[in-house]
Design a protein around this ligand. Structure first.
Ligand code: PEP
Length: 249
């Protein structure tokens, strides 16, 4: 089963107009692997601008959205609005949303269910904290996170979801999971999806890795059979993002 390699760049709350111009310029000039699906996620205030400027081989994603079309939800943006401005992807459940803003498995699952129902595609983030890994709970945590999402999706909805496995202890810390550590979780997650959802979804879904991916460690991670790409934070703000996109070349 061949799954298209997927690389997302999560800019988090970084960037300004000058940064956008410079980044789009070097991404536009770079020789990017044509077999890779590439998505960049700027802060919501810049979504339309980046969408307008980005080369055609680069899609644009929001970093978050809420689970209703419109209404009295100050500060939120809706999937319907994202559709309206031509944005096709949203990151939901990033560990910073979970751990800084207190989003629960249930809220995240609600948001993913609603968003996928509007026709958007979702990068759904899961991952364990350091203390959970040390307590041997990695699988239980990520399985529970995926199970909560599955409660809100039909089998066919999963075709519009990419799962990002992002161990919280590896995000922004410079501590990357080894290719073996990441592969182990990805493989178990795929097996869980096979048993819990279906063999078809397990075979087709992209499970990407996130957590201190750089231009120098991407190639080794990309060799693992269940690693179908990356979600990149810090390094997506630098020209080395090109090396990460081209990790399979
Ligand atoms: C992320 O924000 O999803 C992430 C993986 O960050 P970093 O690459 O900086 O660890």
């Amino acid at each position: 089963m061949s799954r298209k390699f997927f690389v997302g760049g999560n800019w988090k709350m970084n960037g300004d107009k000058k940064f956008i111009t410079e980044t789009i310029e070097y991404l536009g000039k770079a020789n990017l692997d044509k077999n890779v699906e590439i998505v960049i996620a700027p802060p919501s205030i810049y979504l339309e601008c980046v969408h307008y400027l980005a080369p055609r081989n680069i899609q644009v994603s929001a970093q978050n959205c809420y689970s209703v079309a419109k209404g009295a939800f100050t500060g939120e943006i809706s999937p319907v609005m994202l559709n309206d401005i031509g944005i096709e992807w949203v990151i939901i459940g990033h560990s910073e949303r979970r751990n800084v803003f207190g989003e629960t498995d249930n809220l995240i699952a609600e948001k993913i269910g609603y968003t996928v129902g509007t026709g958007l595609k979702v990068i759904a983030c899961v991952g364990e904290k350091l203390e959970e890994r040390e307590a041997g709970q990695t699988e239980a945590v990520v399985f529970q996170q995926v199970k909560a999402i599955n409660n809100k999706l039909t089998e066919s909805d999963w075709s519009r979801v990419v799962i990002a496995y992002e161990p919280v202890w590896a995000i922004g810390t410079g501590k990357t999971a080894t290719p073996q550590q990441a592969q182990e979780v990805h493989e178990k997650l795929r097996e869980f999806i096979k048993n819990e959802i279906s063999e078809k979804v397990a075979n087709e879904i992209r499970i990407i890795y996130g957590g201190s991916v750089t231009g120098s460690n991407a190639k080794d991670l990309a060799k693992e059979k269940d690693i179908d790409g990356f979600l990149v934070g810090g390094a997506s703000l630098k020209p080395e993002f090109v090396d990460i996109i081209n990790a399979k070349l």
